[in-house]
Design a protein around this ligand. Structure first.
Ligand code: MOS
Length: 719
């Protein structure tokens, strides 16, 4: 058997991507395709009193201008897979800035954009509050989002383990403090795009989506047609990070326009429209209370998170989930509340839940370590949970202790002088901080097919998307391992609802789910070949091709699948499941110009079996860069007067550039998880973005003695 799994194979689609051969959604150009451009609302709340499209209609090349007057009335869709429940252009109400009010369809892209500017809207504006902190300050009700039954069916907004009040009373040292994270946007390199056309009563879509099946469901529901009549293809995705997980108004509009004009319609969002068209990561206000004995054992932990949602949906960001499962406190209380603002509905963004929640929990743990004069790593080891504190289940596999110890060793943590401000390098104060990373394990059912081709190569088929993480690279590795074939002789076709069904590419679930289905298909193919051979399976492509010829067969196929059972996330009936890591950060803060610079990040992760160390490392360091952004740069500021995001572009929304990114080291502890999935893997994709933010904040405290409780860090607070 080859050692395909665990080898650092290069990206299978690397050459196609760097030579421009890879086809993204906006590259699709069906014959006769028209271009569409959106006109969007300039106010956040109110009503359209007039919408004059006559100038746009007269503009060169314009085929049709669609508004709420001519859109079909869509039925209520279920959410998810709809990103928000407000269907586009159904009436004259405006509920958020950036809401589509007209769609111009023209012969060329330039003509469509030009004419969209000529759509003249008059509004009766109503007062809008767009910042949830203004609503909080004004005493707005905190809602527990009772309408969110779909979400509540798999994760609770409130949990209580043990007696929180008794635990608090038993503590000898307490920390009770509030942390804030900012609104952020995904900023995928590829803007969202949809190309739609109808073939009779069948809908064809090329769509920049993380979930072709979700788009199919949403479209079937919107247009009242059976799922089988919707075909969705996504060959390459230029990033998604959550914003392409669900179906949003622009996809529905493109399909509706194609039906109305009777020609293919291509709608590519502008960068600015990306800021209002498919959700954002909501800001959070998190209050964390910890109580502990003098020797650093937690007696109580409470984590409360408040986030904004829209006026029309109950989106809840579960930022306190990490506090339910990380530390062995006898009493743990978590609460999630939402406050309504006049904006579109938020959506998951890498890494949802724990990515925000770790800022609260892991900075509070650092404050507790300082209050107790206990080393931050030692404090975490003393409170390490051997079983899931929420229900007492053993973990499927958990090597977090090893992560702390290996990370500390690699970083050189033992040389840390504990006193804040005590480490210097020239004119800089140097700070060393650390934090724990953790992420819920989402497990999605998947199907896959493996086919031995006449030349002895193997074709894998699975409808999953290549979001850029290496799906095309690792699935052949998994099948090659099972078949004993060279990896180079296995390829995969994906991103298509005519292929075997998988889950969406989110929740860091693809390797585990699709990989397990691929392994199942490959093992079944191997068994079929062994049966055909009347003994052992052929030991490689040449022998396999000969076998086909001997039996007079062109191909042999096997269908595989994996189903993790009824629990989507975090557990099976027997085991708790999560991925973990320890993140160590070094920052330098110049004494004169106190802009914190990250100079070193070292992380060690426990995430089950690693299929490809090269693509896996790439995932983790990508996530670590996101963490730098969260800590120091990323914020979608709001213009409270205009009710809009202030900077809808990458010059106003700061993301880390090369100069912001130091040496990044990411390691995995050796691990095979026998319970999470048949391939021994758990999910890693988003884990890298967790823990980095708080590790950097804790390092800034260590450097300067200043405890900052809000991200992104404002250098002026360090003056
Ligand atoms: Mo990720 S936010 O689950 O696409």
């Amino acid at each position: 058997m080859s050692s395909a799994i665990g080898s650092p194979h290069d990206r299978a689609d690397g050459p196609a991507k760097v030579t421009g051969a890879a086809r993204y959604t906006a590259d699709a150009a069906p014959p006769g395709a028209l271009h569409a451009a959106l006109a969007t609302s300039r106010i956040a709340c109110g009503r359209l009193t007039a919408l004059d499209t006559s100038a746009a209609e007269r503009a060169a090349g314009v085929v049709r201008v669609l508004t709420h007057r001519d859109m079909p009335r869509f039925p209520k869709l279920t959410a998810p897979p709809a990103g928000h429940s407000l269907l586009p252009m159904q009436d004259d109400r405006i509920r958020y800035e950036g809401q589509p009010i007209a769609l111009v369809v023209a012969e060329s892209l330039e003509q469509a954009i030009d004419a969209a500017r000529l759509v003249a809207a008059t509004y009766a504006a109503e007062p809008a509050t767009v910042d949830f902190r203004d609503r909080l300050a004004g005493g707005a009700p905190l809602e527990s989002a009772p309408g969110l039954e779909e979400v509540k069916s798999f994760v609770e907004s409130d949990t209580d383990v043990g007696d929180y009040r008794a635990g608090l009373a038993a503590g000898e040292v307490r920390v009770d403090t509030t942390y804030r994270t900012a609104d952020r946007h995904h900023n995928a390199m590829e803007p969202s795009a949809t190309v739609a056309w109808w073939e009779g009563d069948r809908l064809e879509l090329r769509d920049a989506t993380q979930w072709v099946w979700g788009v199919r469901m949403a479209m079937a529901s919107a247009f009242g047609i059976p799922h089988e009549r919707v075909h969705v293809v996504n060959e390459f995705l230029g990033g998604g990070f959550g914003c392409k997980g669900w179906t949003w108004p622009h996809q529905i509009l493109a399909a509706a326009a194609a039906r109305i004009v009777g020609r293919p319609v291509k709608l590519v969002l502008t960068r600015a429209q990306d800021y209002t068209s498919h959700g954002y990561q909501p800001a959070s206000e998190q209050r964390v209370a910890l109580a502990a004995t003098r020797d650093g054992r937690l007696t109580a932990l409470r984590h409360t998170s408040v986030t904004p949602t829209s006026t029309f949906d109950d989106f809840m960001e579960f930022a306190a989930v990490m506090s339910r499962g990380l530390y062995a406190s006898p009493a743990i209380q978590t609460r999630h509340r939402v406050v309504r603002v006049q904006r579109s509905t938020p959506t998951p963004m890498r890494a949802p839940w724990e990515g925000l929640g770790a800022v609260g929990l892991e900075c509070a743990m650092d404050e507790l370590a300082c209050a107790l004069s206990i080393d931050p790593v030692e404090l975490r080891l003393r409170n390490h949970a051997e079983r899931d504190p929420s229900d007492g289940k053993p973990y499927s596999s958990k090597k977090l202790r090893e992560c702390y110890l290996e990370g500390a060793e690699r970083f050189g943590w033992s040389r840390r002088s504990p006193e804040p401000g005590s480490m210097r390098d020239g004119g800089c104060r140097v700070g060393w901080g650390m934090a724990t990373a953790m992420m819920t394990t989402f497990r999605n059912a998947a199907a896959a097919r493996a086919t031995l081709e006449p030349d002895g190569s193997v074709l894998l088929e699975a409808g999953t998307q290549e979001i850029g993480t290496g799906v095309r690279t690792i699935m052949p590795q998994i099948a090659a391992e099972a078949l004993g074939f060279p990896v180079e002789r296995v390829r995969i076709e994906l991103g298509d609802t005519s292929l075997p069904e998988t889950g969406g590419t989110f929740g860091s679930s693809t390797t585990m789910g699709v990989g397990s289905a691929v392994q199942d298909a490959a093992l079944k193919l191997r068994a079929k070949l062994a049966e055909l051979a009347g003994g052992a399976a052929p030991d490689g492509p040449e022998a396999a091709a000969q076998l086909l010829r001997r039996r007079g067969l062109a191909r042999v196929s096997a269908d595989g699948r994996w189903s993790p059972g009824p629990r989507l996330l975090g557990a099976s009936d027997e085991h708790a499941m999560a991925v973990f890591g320890a993140v160590f950060a070094e920052v330098r803060v110049d004494e004169l110009i106190p802009i914190p610079r990250v100079s070193r990040l070292v992380s060690v992760y426990s995430a089950g079996r690693i299929i490809n160390p090269k693509t896996a490392r790439s995932q983790m360091i990508g996530g670590m860069v996101w963490g730098i952004g969260q800590a120091l740069l990323e914020e979608s500021a709001m213009d409270r007067e205009l009710g809009r995001f202030l900077s809808k572009n990458l010059s106003g929304y700061l993301v880390p550039a090369n100069a912001d990114v130091p040496s990044l080291e990411a390691y995995f502890v050796d691990e095979v998880d026998r319970y999470a999935s048949p391939i021994g893997a758990r999910g890693i994709g988003e884990l890298g973005a967790v823990g980095v933010g708080p590790a950097i904040l804790n390092a800034i405290h260590h450097a300067t003695g200043r405890r900052l409780r809000e991200v992104p860090v404002r250098p002026e607070l360090l003056l």
